[in-house]
Design a protein around this ligand. Structure first.
Ligand SMILES: [Zn+2]
Ligand SMILES: [Zn+2]
Length: 136
């Protein structure tokens, strides 16, 4: 049994240090690069400066219905919540779950991740099990 082939590579680089080439769009992993090692361009931007551009791209992807690609881009800029949201839209999971009120027995769709909801029918509060919230 050899686990040696399993590379445990954790990339914990601070985001602000990552530079990107504005010409060939490659990521440059050197510290304080003077020019792009791939194309020689001196037109470098930090990845953080690029975020508004990426968000604009994501908006385009969402409009085109490419939610999976948009989610990947969100992950690239470490907006993981947004990535998850995108994927939920993609799979049509959003508010597909309803809960039955323990007081009056009427069900209503869950629209938020609050663990306490107010019944629309009898106005009493009831708790949503964590198991159900995880499905949202
Ligand atoms: Zn370049
Ligand atoms: Zn009720």
């Amino acid at each position: 049994m050899s686990e040696a082939s399993k590379k445990n590579k954790v990339s914990e680089r601070p985001d602000s240090l990552i530079m990107k080439c504005n010409d060939c769009r490659e990521e440059i992993l050197q510290k304080d690069p003077q020019k792009c090692p791939y194309c020689g361009s001196a037109n470098l931007i930090s990845k953080k400066d690029d975020v508004p551009n990426i968000i604009a791209e994501i908006e385009q992807l969402k409009k085109a219905g490419k939610y999976e690609e948009a989610a990947l881009k969100y992950e690239e800029i470490e907006m993981l919540d947004k990535a998850k949201e995108c994927r939920n839209i993609n799979t049509g999971k959003v508010s597909a779950i309803s809960m039955e009120c323990p007081h009056c027995g009427k069900s209503q769709p869950l629209s938020s991740k609050n663990n306490e909801v107010t019944c629309k029918h009898c106005s009493k509060n009831y708790l949503i099990p964590k198991k159900v919230l995880d499905l949202l």
